[in-house]
Structures are given as structure tokens and as C-alpha cells.
Design a protein around this ligand. Structure first.
Ligand SMILES: CC(C)(COP(=O)(O)OP(=O)(O)OC[C@H]1O[C@@H](n2cnc3c(N)ncnc32)[C@H](O)[C@@H]1OP(=O)(O)O)[C@@H](O)C(=O)NCCC(=O)NCCS
Length: 163
């Protein structure tokens, strides 16, 4: 399949069904990639998250890129603006492409568009967290100019359940 058959654009926040499809995918990704600290979220949590996103996200603070095949979302990329010591940065909250659509260049295209958005809002850097065993994503980021900045460590506190 050619990249040309894929529509790549920003999420349409005025289409609640599309936002819902987007954030249901978003919250499935941690389990897919084996993130042991982020449990599968309840439908109630996701519903509230969708309402909050519609109310607060816009092109000044969030890049929500989507790749569509025949109207179905097959790829997402989320960048969020943040301020660090008075400097604008963006944090990559997610990048995902549906299994049957991988190795077509969709992630690369979403990253290019996300970085162009980051540049347009005056960001000076992009921050991203990657699980240590996710070699594909580590290599892709390195080949896109990312380098290791800090290493994030976590210790489980066994008495408290993850919410
Ligand atoms: C990582 C991911 C987003 C890549 O999406 P993709 O659309 O397949 O990536 P692209 O087609 O744009 O690949 C760009 C380049 O990255 C490298 N790459 C991508 N997938 C690869 C793989 N499985 N093995 C080796 N290299 C790979 C290649 O260099 C590729 O270029 P090439 O196909 O011309 O060789 C996708 O595999 C995915 O959704 N994984 C699960 C979710 C995930 O891990 N997200 C990151 C969380 S931090």
C-alpha cells in the first residue's frame, strides 16, 4: 500500500465521534506497548477525558495528528506544549500506527508535521519518553535527531494499587 492512499491531517475537535475514536486508541496504546504503570482506562475515564480535551485542546497548545484510511484512524501522534523555565517545549504524548499500516512512512510523516507545529508555536525542543525495550522507537527518534537527555527511573510502591 502507498502512503498516498492515507489521509494525514489534524484531529477535528468539532467532530466528537472522531475525538472519541482518537482517544480510545490513545488509551489502548500503553497496554499494547507493555507499559506496566498505565492500566487500561475505564470507559467513564475516557469519556471525561474526551470532554476535557474538546474543552481545552487547540492548535496553540496541542498537536493531534491523525492518519486515516477510508475514514478510519490508523495512526496518531500527540504533542503538547509546556513551559520549562520560561522556555517553550513540546512533549510527545503518543505516536502509534495500526499494525497493518506500518512501514509505509506514516509515523515519519506524523512526526514531520508535529515538528512543524512545534516550530510554529516557538518551541525550542521536543521531549519524549520511550520504554527501554522499544528499540524501533528509540532508533527512529535517534535517526530523527533526538538524543538521550535524562533517564526516567521508577520504583513500585507495592502497598498501593495503580489507578
Ligand atoms: C513505532 C511506530 C509508530 C512506527 O510507525 P511506522 O508508521 O511503521 O513507521 P515508519 O513507516 O514511518 O518508519 C520509519 C522508519 O523507522 C524505522 N522502523 C519503523 N518500524 C521499524 C521496525 N519494525 N523495525 C525496524 N525499523 C523500523 C525504519 O527505518 C523506517 O523506515 P523504512 O521503513 O524506510 O526502513 C509503530 O511501529 C508503532 O505504532 N508501534 C507501537 C506503538 C509505539 O511503540 N509507539 C511509540 C511509543 S513511545
Amino acid at each position: 500500500m502507498e502512503l498516498a492512499v492515507i489521509e494525514i491531517r489534524r484531529l477535528n475537535y468539532s467532530d466528537k465521534n472522531e475525538v472519541s475514536e482518537f482517544y480510545n486508541i490513545f488509551w489502548r496504546i500503553p497496554a499494547e506497548i507493555g507499559d506496566e504503570f498505565i492500566n487500561e482506562q475505564s470507559s467513564g475515564f475516557i469519556a471525561k477525558f474526551i470532554d476535557h480535551s474538546i474543552a481545552t485542546e487547540n492548535e496553540t497548545n496541542t498537536f493531534s495528528g491523525i492518519a486515516l484510511f477510508q475514514g478510519i484512524i490508523v495512526g496518531i501522534h500527540v504533542l503538547r506544549k509546556f513551559i520549562e523555565c520560561g522556555t517553550i517545549g513540546v512533549h510527545s504524548a503518543n505516536l502509534w500506527v495500526e499494525k497493518n499500516f506500518r512501514r509505509m512512512g506514516i509515523a515519519e510523516e506524523l512526526k514531520i508535521r508535529g515538528e512543524a507545529w512545534a516550530d510554529s508555536i516557538g518551541a525550542t525542543f521536543i521531549n519524549t519518553n520511550v520504554l527501554p525495550d522499544n528499540k524501533v522507537m528509540l532508533d527512529m527518534n535517534k535517526s530523527n535527531g533526538f538524543s538521550i537527555y535524562k533517564i526516567n527511573l521508577r520504583k513500585r510502591i507495592i502497598n498501593n494499587k495503580i489507578g
